[in-house]
Design a protein around this ligand. Structure first.
Ligand code: HEM
Ligand SMILES: [Ca+2]
Ligand SMILES: [Ca+2]
Length: 299
């Protein structure tokens, strides 16, 4: 059973240590806070919030991080920094799955997002689900109805899904995920000046995989988890196809309008949906472990 302050007896400073570490890392590398939010999505949608995402490839294990859908994910080494700090204070006590959940919470708050009350007590998986990652996490070219049904299947309604995509108010997208929208012809749903900017940032229709050209998700407030994302969508500056689809789809459009007009409403809906996501199918009892090293199964 997940509960508030699960570690209050076993490791009273656990949440404080995570918050401290997230803040230190944020000051050194602001984009770590962005990564923590994406991690929660990619871990929790794949079976459970169980840190299956964090396992490295070794004999007998293929890492979820190597799946196509994980492209662009970064900052995993700083999860180790946080886990080390926790192991020093309370060995083998705080799960990697709770680190994913609490770093997402603290990252969102640092990015001027909502303050979220999150439960803890998640256990870590004993396996990687690399083989199903690309089936469970939608692609940016998928239809909105597929994305809505993916989130529906874990209990998140249309309003919540629209709010969660607001995570794209921070972070970046690599050119290889954008070029289909501007070459050989520009997607007519894009603002022409914005399309010119995208062409300037992504000059080649076939980006060199070794060159990491990218575009920031939100040019106005790239490091704030705010409703600027929805304002951009309404002015036809959605970066990924899936972002633009929020406006062209009649079931999601009304929520985009509401969120663009009211940051507090966006934050309320984002908190509500992120909580549901963070409680997807948690492992309990002996179904899971507390990993000593988030990258490897215990012996
Ligand atoms: C089903 C819908 C979604 C799709 C198809 C999708 C797809 C993508 C893609 C393609 C990227 C860019 C990767 C790159 O080129 O580097 C990205 C970035 C990102 N996504 Fe999503 N995403 C979705 C939903 C979400 C959700 C629900 C969250 C979190 C609540 C999220 C958080 C992020 C963040 C924070 C980034 C920026 C990462 C960075 O800058 O390192 N996304 N997403
Ligand atoms: Ca997982
Ligand atoms: Ca923003």
């Amino acid at each position: 059973e997940l509960q508030l302050n699960y570690y209050s007896k076993s490791c009273p400073r656990a949440e404080e240590i995570i918050k401290e570490q997230v803040a230190i890392l944020y000051r050194k590398h602001g984009n770590t806070a962005v990564s923590w939010i994406r991690n929660l999505f990619h871990d929790c949608v794949v079976k459970s919030c169980d840190a299956s995402l964090l396992l490295d490839t070794v004999v007998g294990v293929t890492s979820e991080k190597t799946a196509a859908r994980s492209f662009g994910m970064r900052n995993f080494k700083y999860i180790d920094t946080i886990k080390d700090a926790l192991e020093k204070e309370c060995p083998l006590t705080v799960s990697c799955a709770d680190i994913i959940a609490l770093t997402a919470r603290d990252g969102a708050a640092l990015l001027k997002g909502p303050e979220i009350k999150m439960k803890t007590g998640r256990k870590d998986s004993k396996e990687s689900y690399a083989a199903v990652v690309d089936k469970l996490i939608p692609n940016h070219n998928d239809s909105m109805s597929l994305v809505l049904s993916t989130f529906q299947s874990i209990g998140i309604d249309t309003e919540g899904t629209v709010a969660l995509l607001g995570a794209h108010s921070v972070g970046r997208v690599h050119c290889r995920n954008i070029v289909q929208r501007i070459y050989p012809t520009v997607d007519p749903s894009l603002d022409p000046q914005y399309a010119d900017y995208l062409k300037f940032r992504c000059p080649s229709p076939n980006p060199d995989p070794k060159v990491v050209d990218y575009v920031r998700n939100d040019l106005e407030t790239p490091m704030e988890l705010d409703n600027m994302y929805y304002k951009n969508l309404l002015s036809h500056k959605g970066l990924l196809l899936i972002d633009s689809e929020l406006v062209s789809n009649p079931t999601t459009y009304p929520f985009v309008v509401k969120m663009a007009a009211d940051n507090a409403y966006f934050h309320d809906q984002f908190s509500r949906a992120l909580l549901i996501l963070s409680e997807n199918n948690p492992l309990s009892g002996d179904q899971g472990d507390i990993r000593k090293d988030c990258r490897f199964l215990n012996h």
